[in-house]
Ligand binder design. Sequence first.
Ligand code: ADP
Ligand code: MG
Length: 207
Amino acid sequence: MPTSLPNIITTIQKTINTNADEVAELDRAIGDGDHVVNLQRGLDALNNIESELAEMDWSAAFMKIGMTLMSTMGGASGSLFGTLFVSMGKAAKGQELDLTAFSEVFYQGVESVKQRGKADIGEKTMLDTLIPVANSLVSDAQNTIPLTVALNNAKAVAITGMESTKELIATKGRASFLGERAIGHIDAGARTSQLMICAVVDVLDKQ
Ligand code: ADP
Ligand code: MG
């Protein structure tokens, strides 16, 4: 039962709010500047339904999170983060979420984001954070790495993946119109994905 969800949502909101100016600046530099506001709107909507979410099983909660993000966020990121969670909800059906099951569920979610966005690693998007995290979790689960180590590995690859977007040219999303002028700027969605993943790990680490 996702009784930890309200705490996770609040912690994510705090991190995003703390870094809001920086993220807005990133999206202004190579996009249209609205990414953080879109995300804050989605997180507010999740905050409003947190007691409902805490009553659900993980599958239903992921599904509800995905639908809520899709209907409230807007922007490319709204449909992509929405897809991530709807797909995780489908994959989590009937599962106890230990590290192995969660890694598979997250991997499926990221696969759906790739399909939805017609994008892959190295295109200067949120996927440069999400794909390395999915791969790291799956590999650590297969190698029966202890949970806390796996979580901290996920955090480390999220940061490396986010930072990798700085030197990339974008081939998807608004930043793709800029060609080489996008070089030197971190992708906003890669940064918020990393911030959220690190926040989730910090909450789980304390439990
Ligand atoms: P919009 O680009 O519609 O203004 P946002 O600003 O909310 O939407 O989100 C932009 C972020 O969405 C980008 O920083 C990037 O990480 C992500 N993104 C955009 N297009 C794609 C895509 N095709 N695949 C994966 N991620 C994408
Ligand atoms: Mg934008």
